[in-house]
Design a protein around this ligand. Structure first.
Ligand code: NAG
Ligand code: NAG
Length: 564
């Protein structure tokens, strides 16, 4: 169907439809919609053409408009067959808020009489329209429920009555509800009311749809997208990923070694979500040994660590966002021992010399041997050169005694360099040596021994008294006085100088009287008690071990030679 519409103003447009209800079935229907307040003489529509009426029939039938009592708004121009505005139509004056607003008029034709009913109806052909396609809000997540946000740009529906805007809906309904408000001038608008707290960390942007419905039939609606950007409030504290961080670290970790990286997250955005890290004041002085990168949370070694001084470090951590909210955590750094200390051997006492007759297990030295490392790194094995007659005995922890292991013999070995070795069980291990020089003192345990079992000498008769006959010599393995030998003989004819063993004739001999002499010479050392040849000495040791010294004397055979 042909139709036209003219709009006078976008503010309020009266839309009228004119229905031609013909009594004759030969006539069709035509509708016009016209804005209200059209100027006088404005064309409403070409009724003759649209209804298929002959202009002559209009004339012959004296076509005219009948409106009964009501004012005549429309006139018919018979010559042109058109409907024109006769009086300015004011829909409000005509119908007020009554809907549908209908303007009834008849076109009457004579010969034969025809009555064409014309009704002008207000129809719902406009949907509510929002002035904007999208409405944006920026709302802080700290906004409290009940906060209202005016949807000032409410929809507009140029229709009237039921056909104009009736209600709004807002979906989804999780956060906001709608409240309809009236201004003092009676116009209505809606507000969005916050129902439950926003949380940027959960929903950073909310998309809502505001729909305006009119009351027409069919109902029409218009929508506008509402976008709510939730603005961050510093409503989240930083949170460390762990309440305690534990890490173990070798005590020899170099300066700069990364120990671990801690992290705290803050769900807020921007600077409220930016976290810086620090050691808190309560960390004590250990804190100087470590350094934390305030931006990355990386903790590095910053000083010399020593397991032997401290086995564990405890650092209190703080994470702070730019809004000043903090969280605390703690780092426990357990040092692991590295074998970085050698055993230390300290001599507490040392007896030197010791007599050669010292019994086995005689204590020579008391030692303190220790290694301050821990575990295997501090466990020690101590020993002395295996070829020596000594051994190490552990008395109590860290205390050792160096004792004799065998009977000593100064005459075989008068001095020992005893190397005590302490070795820890670390890997690699450390070894410490300490050498003690032990002197063995002499005991008179050797009797003099003559170089020869027997001596023979020849003396010319008529010798002078005091003449030297021969020298005997004994040897003593001991030392000092214990080896100083004196010679003795018991005979009237000879004497022996005590030292050296020179045998002298005491008088002049006569071959005819005595041709030969057997004398026994004894050698005796200067020990206390002295040992001598020709003497049996029995010595009892404290252990009951008996040593027998048998030092034979020597026999001297002296023959006289006849003087010719
Ligand atoms: C012991 O060591 C010292 C010094 O090194 C050395 O003069 C001496 O001969 C050594 N003694 C023995 C019995 O090896
Ligand atoms: C200690 O002595 C042992 C042999 O007694 C030797 O092998 C080792 O190298 C010595 N260690 C040191 C540190 O002098």
């Amino acid at each position: 169907s042909p139709s036209f519409s003219l709009e006078k103003s976008p503010k309020q447009t009266l839309l009228l439809v004119i229905w031609f209800l013909s009594l004759s079935s030969a006539l069709g229907q035509v509708s016009y919609s016209i804005p209200e307040e059209m100027a006088k003489g404005s064309l409403v529509g070409n009724i003759a053409q649209d209804l298929g009426l002959d202009l002559k029939r209009l004339k012959s039938g004296k076509a005219r408009i009948y409106t009964g009592d009501s004012a005549e708004y429309i006139e018919l121009n018979k010559e042109r067959g058109v409907l024109l505005i006769k009086e300015r139509i004011d829909r409000e004056a005509l119908c007020g808020q009554t809907t549908p607003c209908a303007l009834h008029l008849q076109i009457i034709l004579d010969n034969p009489m025809e009555l064409i009913d014309v009704e002008m109806l207000d129809i719902n052909d406009h949907a509510p329209v929002f002035a904007r396609k999208e409405i944006d809000f920026q709302i802080s997540e700290s906004a409290l429920p009940g906060a209202r946000f005016s949807l000032d740009n409410s929809a507009h529906d140029p229709d009237v009555g039921l056909n104009t805007l009736q209600r709004y809906t807002l979906i989804p309904t999780d956060y906001f509800s709608l409240k309809e408000k009236s201004r003092s001038d009676g116009t209505k608008y809606v507000e969005m009311v916050l129902q439950s707290p926003l949380d940027r960390e959960r929903d950073e942007e909310l998309k809502l749809t505001l729909t305006a419905f009119d009351g027409g039939s069919p109902q029409k609606s218009g929508t506008v997208k509402i976008s709510v950007t939730v603005i961050d409030a510093n409503d989240n504290t930083p949170a460390f990923s762990q309440s305690v961080y534990r890490v173990s670290l070798a005590e020899n970790a170099a300066i700069g070694t990364v120990v671990l990286t801690v992290s705290a997250t803050d769900k807020d955005k921007g600077s409220y979500g930016e976290v810086t890290y620090s050691f808190s004041q309560s960390s004590g002085k250990d804190v100087d040994l470590f350094r934390i990168d305030e931006n990355t949370g990386e903790i590095c070694v910053n000083g010399l660590l020593d397991y032997e001084k401290s086995k564990q470090y405890e650092l209190n951590l703080e994470a702070m966002d730019k809004g000043g909210l903090t969280d605390n955590s703690k780092v426990l750094i357990e040092l692991t021992d590295i074998n970085d200390n050698a055993p230390v051997i300290s001599v507490i006492s040392f007896s030197s010399p010791i007599p050669e007759d010292s019994t086995p297990d005689t204590v020579i030295a008391m030692l303190n041997i220790k290694d301050i490392d821990s575990g295997k790194n501090g466990q020690l094995k101590c020993f002395v050169n295996s070829d020596l007659p000594f051994r190490i005995k552990s008395s109590s922890s860290n205390f050792y005694t160096l004792v004799t292991d065998q009977i000593l013999d100064r005459e075989k070995m008068s001095e020992y360099n005893i190397t005590i070795t302490a070795i820890d069980e670390g890997s690699p291990s450390f070894c410490t040596n300490k050498t003690l020089t032990l002197k063995i003192s002499d005991v008179n345990d050797n009797a003099p021994v003559f170089q020869l079992q027997s001596y023979t000498a020849y003396v010319m008769e008529n010798n002078s008294p005091g003449d030297s006959v021969l020298s005997v010599k004994a040897h003593d393995k001991d030392a000092g006085n214990n080896a100083r030998i004196s010679y003795f003989l018991e005979d009237l004819c000879f004497s022996v100088s005590h030292t050296p063993g020179e045998i002298l004739a005491v008088r002049s001999f006569d071959y005819e009287q005595t041709k030969e002499f057997y004398i026994r010479v004894k050698a005796q050392d200067g020990g206390s008690p002295p040992l001598s040849s020709n003497v049996k000495t029995v010595c009892f040791s404290p252990l009951g071990c008996c040593r027998l010294h048998l030092a034979p004397s020597t026999t001297v055979f002296i023959a006289l030679i006849k003087h010719l």
